[in-house]
Design a protein around this ligand. Structure first.
Ligand code: ADP
Ligand code: MG
Length: 356
């Protein structure tokens, strides 16, 4: 980065170098495979020998991906890191090194940026992710946060989107729709309760909001499936089931059929749907940011995968199957009728997003 533009205004409340020193001291990587972390012109790493690198990056723009009037710095940091961890989970990898670049508008304090990192590291530390560097710039308008996460995997232990075969079973971890319900509760988009006095319990509300703000990346599940070669393809659910299933189908040149009645719903999501007259299956199909894993499994591995699932700390539900590309993406409704799947996921640069 050319230094002329990269320095934060010293007249502002933040100065670039004290900020980096503070972040390095509190959150910087030491030891393990990081020979040099924050402090030199580039980080020096020694990855486990024979491993491949998996690299994922996300750019978050204020007003597009997060809103500082409704989310805390801690929550924004946690979720940004969780989204990247979830990408590594979907590839079956081990997350290892994190780079964080920021463009910070005037008016923010070092304490706020520290909270952002605290959130990121609270998502990453349980998985031993190490902060190894980044870049810091001022911004004329809005906060920008870029995370780059490197993971590693054995060459023959990698999950991709492209291996699904006709006849494979579709499985999903955890429950779906919770995050969208939580978002609607946070933003007031839930509407009024069906009847006066029908309201959601405090616990259910808290659960759904928590699922939106602090999703759990399914790393152990992804790694186990990869290691035992139990999945023919995998993706994490960031855009929503219908959108992400489309990605698997496109990459695998296949179609899929989802059985609506088998979509896993949490008790809180069902209560929410009842209180606010939402279709819980629609929430599950369209809702984004659940960060669960969607995987395809050959029928010959059905028993094995379901046996392994007992050791997961989340549910694993069979929700359909892969079919020929010609048959496309279809849904079996609760009444047994079959129809084409409507794809409802957020797309940037389109005049109108089809959901949210
Ligand atoms: P350069 O000008 O060579 O890019 P910098 O002064 O930007 O170097 O960075 C110095 C060190 O601090 C580097 O190790 C870099 O990776 C790290 N760093 C800079 N900004 C951040 C940040 N926001 N978070 C974490 N590490 C950072
Ligand atoms: Mg720099």
């Amino acid at each position: 980065m050319p230094p002329r533009h990269s320095r934060l205004s010293s007249a502002g409340r933040l100065a670039e170098f004290p900020l980096i020193e503070d972040l390095a001291r509190r959150f910087g990587a030491t030891g393990r495979s990081v020979l040099t972390g924050i402090g030199d012109d580039a980080a020096i790493l020694r990855p486990p020998s024979g491993d491949l690198f998996l690299l994922t990056t996300d750019l978050l723009a204020e007003g597009v991906h997060f809103d500082l009037t409704t989310a805390t710095f801690e929550a924004i940091g946690y979720k940004a890191a969780a989204a990247n961890l979830s990408d590594i989970a979907a590839m079956g990898g081990i997350p290892r090194y994190l780079l964080v670049s920021l463009a910070i508008p005037s008016g923010h304090t070092q304490a706020e940026i520290r909270r952002l990192y605290r959130g990121m590291m609270s998502a990453g530390r349980p998985h031993r992710v190490e902060l190894i560097g980044g870049d810091t710039s001022s911004s004329r308008q809005g906060l920008f946060i870029n995370l780059t996460l490197a993971g590693t995997a054995k060459p023959d232990h990698i999950l991709t989107r492209s291996g699904a075969q006709v006849g494979d079973l579709l499985y999903v971890t955890g429950t779906l729709g919770d995050s969208l319900a939580g978002l609607q509760l946070l933003t007031g988009a839930h509407g009024r309760p069906v009847r006066a006095g029908t309201s959601l319990s405090k616990e259910a509300r808290r659960y759904l909001v928590e699922r939106h703000l602090r999703p759990t990346p399914r790393l152990a599940v992804g790694q186990l499936l990869a290691k035992h070669r139990l999945a023919t393809s995998a993706i994490d659910l960031s855009d929503g089931l219908s959108g992400d299933l489309t990605h698997i189908c496109e990459q695998s040149r296949a179609g899929a059929e989802v059985d609506m009645l088998t979509l896993p719903l949490s008790p809180a999501c069902l209560d929410y749907a009842e209180a606010y007259r939402k279709n819980p299956f629609e929430l599950a199909l369209a809702g984004g940011e659940d960060y669960e894993l969607l995987i395809t499994v050959s029928p010959k591995n059905k028993t094995k995968v379901e046996r392994f699932a007992r050791s997961f700390d989340c549910r694993l539900s069979c929700i359909g199957r892969i079919q020929s590309r010609k048959r496309g993406l279809t849904v079996i409704d609760p009444d047994g009728s079959s129809h084409k799947l409507a794809i409802t996921s957020y797309r940037h640069f389109e005049a109108k997003s089809s959901v949210r």
